[in-house]
Design a protein around this ligand. Sequence first.
Ligand SMILES: [Zn+2]
Length: 269
Amino acid sequence: MTAHMTTQWIELADGVLVRRYAELDFSVGLVIGEHTALVIDTRSDPAQGAQLRAAVREGTQHPCTVVLTHAHFDHCLGTAAFLPAPVWAHPRCRDDLARGGAAQYAEALAFSRAQRMPRDPELVRPVVPDHLVTEPVEIDLGGRRVLLTHPGLGHTDHDIAVWSPDTGVLFAGDLLEQGADPDFTDAYPLHWPAAVTELLRLRPRIVVPGHGNPVDATFAAAQRDDLATLANLCQAVLNGELDPEDAVSASPFSSSTTLTALARLHLPG
Ligand SMILES: [Zn+2]
């Protein structure tokens, strides 16, 4: 976590901003057009979402549209503050949130207790997205367009990335991570590298990960290569050609990250 990080908007390109938070080293995106502002992820609870909405209002009075990169609690539980904004997400993100948020609440509770936060989070029913990204969707923000796309199985089975073609900025959600290992808790280790390769085809100039600092395409390609190395190790374990402990030793990621990935392979026995 960056020691001197202060919460503020950082302008990556004209009208394309990232807001960085010390908590979870988290980033929210904002793309401002001539008539609409697109908010990318809404933080961990309704109060944080309301703070974010006020921060958005500092920069623009345009009506907001929201896109959720995925259904992990830190990305999606602040949405209520933006209603009646349209809320975009992948259908499986919608399905996950429509279950009522018990899984997200359990994760938020585990996080707050691990961080020794003074109060437990509130159990809130998440806002259920009402606009679905079933294929790549272009949204007209006025004078500029953004593309919402699901590049395949990766960090979850429903990640959405946001591409700003006129500025070359890509918001990758948790498909990429800076400053810490990618999180495999709900991931598809064998498929994840291909999803990042798909995003790199856009030839982004700046890539904004869900956690950590914005990076360049070289960083993103290097992390894709690390994801591919781990995928190959996972496949070898799956084939019975490699012991899990040898996969851990050869992995570009930490042992706990690698063991989490191996646990996602549903090995027989
Ligand atoms: Zn996540």
